[in-house]
Design a protein around this ligand. Structure first.
Ligand code: FES
Ligand code: FES
Length: 149
């Protein structure tokens, strides 16, 4: 059993300590906002923050994150109040199928925390997640809108 710090709460997870964090979140804890895409750290659908750093949770063993601060898509709003990135995503109607979007929002949230007014080049460098629906242009616009909010 390991104690994880997820979205500000201590959570017990009774699984093999080598289990990837993504499976602990989704299958053990029922936190399905974080998505499984490729499983090999390529697509970014599984992005969470670990100590504020966007991280692909499909390749992170649970026993490597004990005591570290994990934030998932379920933890970035303030109750019913969306954060400014989520609000920009809604206002600009960014998602198509939506599957990649929680990972995109986690990556964008970390980007704006590090660079509050990113350039297009900053966005291109930071947003390496894959969207099979091709929403990259809308994502860039929403990040700029959130930066101005
Ligand atoms: S599922 Fe983790 S990067 Fe694709
Ligand atoms: S919105 Fe469909 S994969 Fe990105």
């Amino acid at each position: 059993m390991a104690v994880l710090n997820i979205n500000g709460k201590s959570v017990d997870a009774k699984v093999d300590p080598r289990t990837p964090l993504l499976w602990v979140l989704r299958d053990t804890l029922g936190m399905t906002g974080t998505k499984y895409g490729c499983g090999i750290a390529q697509c970014g659908a599984c992005t969470v923050h670990i100590d504020g750093v966007p991280t692909r949770s499909c390749q992170v063993p649970m026993n490597s994150v004990g005591g570290r601060k994990i934030t998932t898509i379920e933890g970035i709003a303030d109750g019913d109040k969306l954060n400014k990135i989520q609000a920009a995503w809604v206002a600009l109607d960014v998602p198509q199928c939506g599957y990649c979007q929680s990972g995109m929002i986690m990556a964008a949230t970390a980007l704006l925390a590090a660079k509050p007014n990113p350039t297009d080049a900053d966005i291109d460098a930071a947003m390496t997640n894959i969207c099979r629906c091709g929403t990259y242009k809308q994502i860039r616009e929403a990040i700029h809108a959130a930066a101005k909010a």
